[in-house]
Ligand binder design. Structure first.
Ligand code: PLP
Length: 844
C-alpha cells in the first residue's frame, strides 16, 4: 500500500501517487468512502456502530457518557473527512499559511459547537432523541477544555473558529496540558483549587498522532566545529508528540487543525544509571519529561518567571517550528520564499523564543548567512501585545535562560548587538536610548525583555483595541516607535465568534434574530445585525425579545440554585461581573458598591426603597492561587452575600451571588442572562476585554470605564446605550501621583463602606484589612477612591433607566444591531490583510 500523510506533498507528488494507485483500489475506495449523513438514519447507523464497536458497548449498557462519545465520534468522522479534503486542497494550492502560536486555547466544549457547524441542529437533536437520549444531557457529559486562563486563551479559541469559517489556511499550535486551569471550589467563602484532570475518559475530539515524535533538547553546551559553526549539544532531550483537534467552520466544509503537543520521554535510556543498577531512577528521569506538559500555569496577566514555564515555552516552540519548517521544506522552495509561504503570529510574548529558534535553524542548521536569515525571520513573525502592566511583562533572568538554552542566549546577544548598532547609528546624540531599548536589561540579575525581543523579531506589532494600541506607542514601546517608525505598530480590535457566543449560548435570541433576518447567515456576516434596527419600534418583537431574556435569567437562576443553594428571582435586574479576579479589573469596586447599596437600603423607608430596582449581583471568576488580594476579594463577596442574602428586611431587593468555577460552558449560561454587566477596570489597564462584547451581543447593557474595547463599543452602539463612568486613562498618572504619600482622600460614600467592613459587619475585619488599607493607606494604585462616586452615580442612572422597561429593551435591541464589528471574523480578516498577507482557499 501507499504510505500517505495528509500534508506536505507537492502537487506533483500527489498526482504521481494518484496515477500509481491501481484502478481497482480506487474503485473500492470510492465505494466505501465515508458518506455524509444528510439523513437521520445515516447518523443513527453511525452512532450505533460507534457504540457497538468503537466503545464496545451495546443498547443495554449505553449510558449518557457513552452516548456523548458515540455522538461525538459520528460527528468527528464527518469532520475528519472534510479535514482530509481541506488539507489536500491546501496542499495542492500550496498557499501561504498562517500559524497561530498560543500557549493557551480556552476551547470549552466541542460537541455543541460541532453540531452547530456541521449538522442541522434540529435533525441532529431529534435523531439523538429517537435513540433514547437528550442532546442537552449528552452535551453536559463533556468536560470543558480549559487550556487557558481567561481572555487571551479564549481569543485564540475564537480565532481558530474564525480561521476555519473564513476558509483561511491557518493552524493553531499549543500545548496539551494534562491539567487545564484548576477547578475552583468555594469552601467557607474561600477559593480552593482542585486539579482539573480533563482527560479521564476517551476524548473523541482529539486524534493522537503518536507516530509524530519530534526530539527537543535542553541544556548542555555550545562548541565551535572546525568550520567555525556553532554546535549546540543539549544534555536533556524529550519527545514532542502531536494531538490534532479538527476545527470546523460554519457553513463551509473547510476544517483546519489545532495541533497540541504533549511531552513524552525518549526511548533512549540513561545506560549509566541502568548499568549501575539504578533502574528506579532511570524511570524517574523519564517521568520528568512528561512533567513539561503536565500543567497550565494559572496566572492571568502576571509573569511568574518559573523555570518549568520556560521549558514549556521552548518545548512547544521547537516542536511547532520543526513542523512548520518540515512542511515548508517539502515544497523544495528556496529559503528566501519562506515568508511568502509562512506567517507566524505570536499571541503575547509567550512564544517569542520562536524568533530565536528560527534564526538558529537558519544559521546553524541550514547554514544561511546571518543577515539573510534575519531578514527571513523578521518577515515571518507578527507579535500581538496584550498588556501594558509592568507585572505582566515577561522577563527571564539571563543565567536561568542560558542554562536551559545556551545557544539561544548567544543568538539573543547577537540579535541585540546588531539591533543596538542600528539604533546608535540612527540616534548618535542620544546616548540613553540604547539602554532603554536594549533586549537585555542591565539590572541585577540581568534580564531578557521578551516583549522587546518580540518587537525586534517581528514585522508588525499590534495591540488589541484602539486605546490600547495607542497606549503602547506612547508608553512601554515609545522608543521603538522612534526607531522603527509608527507603521510597524498597528491595531486589530479583538472580536468573539458569534457561533459560540450567540447561536450556541443563546439559541432563543439567535432564532428570533434569524426569523427577522431570513435565516442564520448573519452568523457569518455579523454586520447584517444592523437590520434589526427596523424592528426597534415593533412592540411584538420587543415583547418576544424580553421573554427570551427572562427565560435566560430563569436558566441562570436554576444554575445558581444548583451551585450555591441561593434562590434568586428571574424577574429582577441581573447585574453581572464574571472574569478573572484581578485588582485591575476592580471587582473590589463592585463589591464596595454593593455594600454601599445595602447600607443605603437599610437606612431607607419601604417607600423610598422603591427607587432602587430589585437586583441580584452576580460575581464569578478565578483568582491565581498565589494572589492574596484577589482571594480576599472573593472572600469579601461571599461574606457580603452571607449577610445580605439572609437579611429578611432586604428580601429580594438585593441578593449577592458568587458562582464557583467560572469557565467557558458556565459563561454560555451566564452571558445571555445579564441586564447589566460590569467592565470597570482602571482606565488604561484592560487591553481590550472580550466579555464586554459577548454581553452586549446577547442583549445586555454594560457599565464600564473608558477603557479597552469599551471605547469602540460605545462608538458603535452610541453613548445613550452604555453607562460610562470614571476617570480617563490620560488622568491616571496624575491621580496616582496624588496618592504618592500613601494616604488617599476617601469620599464619604466609601468611608461608610470601610466603616462597615472594619466594624465587622461582614465578619472579622482582619480578613479584609489589606483590601481596605490598599485604598486608604497604600496609594490606591487602581484608583478606587477616585472613581467611587462616579461609579455610584452610573448605577443610579441604571436604576432609573431600568424602570422604563420598554425603553430599556429598545436600547438592548439597538445595541445588538450595532455589534457586527465585534465578530472575530472581522478581526481575522484584518489580520489576514494587514499582517499575514494570506487569502482564503475555497472554490469561490
Ligand atoms: C470571554 C471570557 C473571558 C474574558 O473575559 P474579560 O471580561 O474580557 O476579561 C474569560 N473567561 C472566560 C471563560 C471567557 O469566556
Amino acid at each position: 500500500m501507499h504510505k500517505r500523510t495528509f500534508t506536505g506533498f507537492t502537487p506533483k507528488e500527489i498526482l504521481a501517487i494518484d496515477a500509481s494507485i491501481p484502478a481497482k483500489s480506487r474503485e473500492v475506495w470510492k465505494k466505501f468512502a465515508v458518506k455524509e449523513f444528510a439523513k437521520m438514519e445515516d447518523f443513527q447507523e453511525d452512532f450505533i456502530r460507534h457504540v457497538e464497536t468503537t466503545l464496545a458497548r451495546s443498547l443495554y449498557n449505553c449510558d449518557d457518557l457513552a452516548a456523548y462519545q458515540a455522538a461525538s465520534f459520528t460527528l468527528r468522522d464527518k469532520l475528519i473527512v472534510e479535514w482530509n479534503k481541506t488539507q489536500q486542497k491546501q496542499t495542492l494550492r500550496d498557499p501561504k499559511r498562517l500559524y497561530y502560536l498560543s500557549l493557551e486555547f480556552l476551547m470549552g466544549r466541542f460537541l455543541d459547537n460541532a453540531v452547530i457547524n456541521l449538522a442541522n441542529n434540529e435533525t441532529f437533536s431529534s435523531a439523538v432523541d429517537e435513540l433514547g437520549f437528550r442532546l442537552e444531557d449528552l452535551i453536559l457529559q463533556e468536560p470543558d477544555a480549559g487550556l487557558g486562563n481567561g481572555g487571551l486563551g479564549r481569543l485564540a479559541a475564537c480565532f481558530i473558529d474564525s480561521l476555519s469559517t473564513g476558509d483561511y489556511p491557518g493552524w493553531g499550535y499549543g500545548l496539551r496540558y494534562q491539567y487545564g486551569i484548576f477547578a475552583q471550589k468555594i469552601i467557607d467563602g474561600y477559593q480552593v483549587e482542585t486539579p482539573d484532570y480533563w482527560l479521564t475518559y476517551l476524548n473523541p475530539w482529539e486524534i493522537p498522532r503518536l507516530e509524530i515524535q519530534i526530539p527537543v533538547h535542553f541544556g548542555g553546551h555550545v562548541y565551535q566545529d572546525d568550520a567555525g559553526n556553532s554546535i549546540w549539544e543539549g544534555d536533556e532531550s524529550v519527545l514532542a508528540t502531536a494531538y490534532d483537534y479538527p476545527i470546523p467552520g460554519f457553513q463551509t466544509t473547510n476544517v483546519n487543525n489545532l495541533r497540541l503537543w504533549s511531552a513524552k520521554p525518549t526511548t533512549e535510556f540513561d545506560f549509566n544509571k541502568f548499568n549501575s543498577g539504578d533502574y528506579q531512577n532511570s524511570v524517574v528521569d523519564q517521568q520528568r519529561a512528561e512533567s513539561i506538559t503536565a500543567v497550565l500555569y494559572p496566572n492571568d496577566n502576571f509573569d511568574s518567571g518559573k523555570q518549568l514555564r520556560l521549558k514549556q515555552q521552548y518545548f512547544w516552540v521547537a516542536a511547532s517550528l520543526h513542523d512548520i519548517v518540515r512542511r515548508f521544506k517539502k515544497s523544495r522552495r528556496p529559503w528566501r520564499e519562506f515568508p511568502q509561504q509562512v506567517a507566524i503570529q505570536l499571541n503575547d510574548t509567550h512564544p517569542t523564543i520562536a524568533v530565536v529558534e528560527l534564526q538558529r535553524i537558519l544559521i546553524d542548521v541550514e547554514q544561511l548567512p546571518w543577515v539573510e536569515a534575519w531578514g527571513i525571520v523578521t518577515a515571518t513573525f507578527g507579535y500581538t501585545n496584550h498588556t501594558v502592566m509592568a507585572e505582566a511583562l515577561e522577563k527571564w533572568p539571563v543565567d536561568v535562560f542560558g542554562r536551559l538554552l545556551p545557544r539561544h542566549l548567544q543568538i539573543i546577544y547577537d540579535i541585540n548587538f546588531y539591533f543596538l548598532k542600528e539604533v546608535e547609528q540612527k540616534f548618535p546624540s542620544d546616548r540613553e536610548i540604547t539602554g532603554r531599548v536594549s533586549i537585555i536589561e542591565e539590572s541585577s540579575p540581568k534580564q531578557i525583555r521578551m516583549a522587546f525581543l518580540a518587537i525586534v523579531g517581528s514585522h508588525k506589532v499590534n495591540g488589541v483595541a484602539e486605546l490600547h494600541s495607542e497606549l503602547i506607542k506612547t508608553t512601554i514601546f515609545k522608543d521603538f516607535v522612534k526607531v522603527y517608525g509608527a507603521d510597524k505598530f498597528t491595531n486589530v480590535t479583538n472580536g468573539v465568534t458569534p457561533r459560540r457566543w450567540l447561536r450556541q449560548a443563546n439559541p432563543g435570541l439567535s432564532a428570533l434574530i434569524a426569523s427577522k433576518l431570513g435565516g442564520y447567515s448573519y452568523l457569518k456576516d455579523l454586520s447584517q445585525l444592523k437590520r434589526l434596527e427596523e424592528f426597534a419600534e415593533d412592540k411584538d418583537f420587543l415583547h418576544e425579545w424580553d421573554a427570551i431574556k427572562v427565560k435566560n435569567k430563569q436558566r441562570l437562576a436554576a444554575l445558581i440554585k444548583k451551585l450555591t443553594g441561593i434562590e434568586v428571582r428571574g424577574d429582577v435586574l441581573f447585574d453581572i461581573q464574571v472574569k478573572r479576579i484581578h485588582e485591575y479589573k476592580r471587582q473590589q469596586l463592585n463589591v464596595f458598591g454593593v455594600i454601599h447599596r445595602y447600607l443605603t437600603l437599610k437606612g431607607l423607608s419601604p417607600e423610598a426603597r422603591a427607587q432602587y430596582a430589585p437586583k441580584v449581583v452576580i460575581f464569578g471568576g478565578k483568582s491565581a492561587p498565589g494572589y492574596y488580594m484577589a482571594k480576599s476579594i472573593i472572600k469579601l463577596v461571599t461574606s457580603v452575600g452571607d449577610v445580605v442574602n439572609n437579611d429578611a428586611d432586604i428580601g429580594d431587593l438585593l441578593k449577592v451571588v458568587f458562582i464557583p468555577d467560572y469557565n467557558v460552558s458556565k459563561a454560555e449560561i451566564i452571558v445571555p442572562a445579564s441586564d447589566i454587566s460590569e467592565h470597570i477596570s482602571t482606565a488604561g489597564t484592560e487591553a481590550s476585554g472580550t466579555s464586554n462584547m459577548k454581553f452586549v451581543l446577547n442583549g445586555g447593557l454594560i457599565i464600564g470605564t473608558v477603557d479597552g474595547a469599551n471605547v469602540e463599543i460605545t462608538r458603535e452602539i452610541g453613548e445613550d446605550n452604555i453607562f460610562l463612568f470614571g476617570n480617563l486613562a490620560e488622568s491616571v498618572e496624575d491621580l496616582r501621583n496624588n496618592h504618592r504619600f500613601g494616604k488617599s482622600a476617601i469620599p464619604e460614600s466609601l468611608a461608610l463602606v470601610f466603616d462597615a467592613i472594619e466594624g465587622g459587619v461582614f465578619g472579622h475585619a482582619d480578613e479584609f484589612r489589606s483590601l481596605v488599607d490598599s485604598v486608604k493607606w497604600h496609594g490606591d494604585h487602581y484608583l478606587v477612591s477616585d472613581d467611587f462616586d462616579s461609579y455610584l452615580e452610573a448605577h443610579k442612572l441604571i436604576d432609573e433607566a431600568y424602570k422604563d422597561h420598554d425603553a430599556w429593551v429598545k436600547k438592548c435591541v439597538l445595541s445588538v444591531a450595532n455589534m457586527g464589528f465585534f465578530s472575530s471574523d472581522r478581526c481575522i480578516s484584518e489580520y489576514a490583510e494587514g499582517i499575514w498577507n494570506i487569502e482564503p482557499v475555497n472554490d469561490k
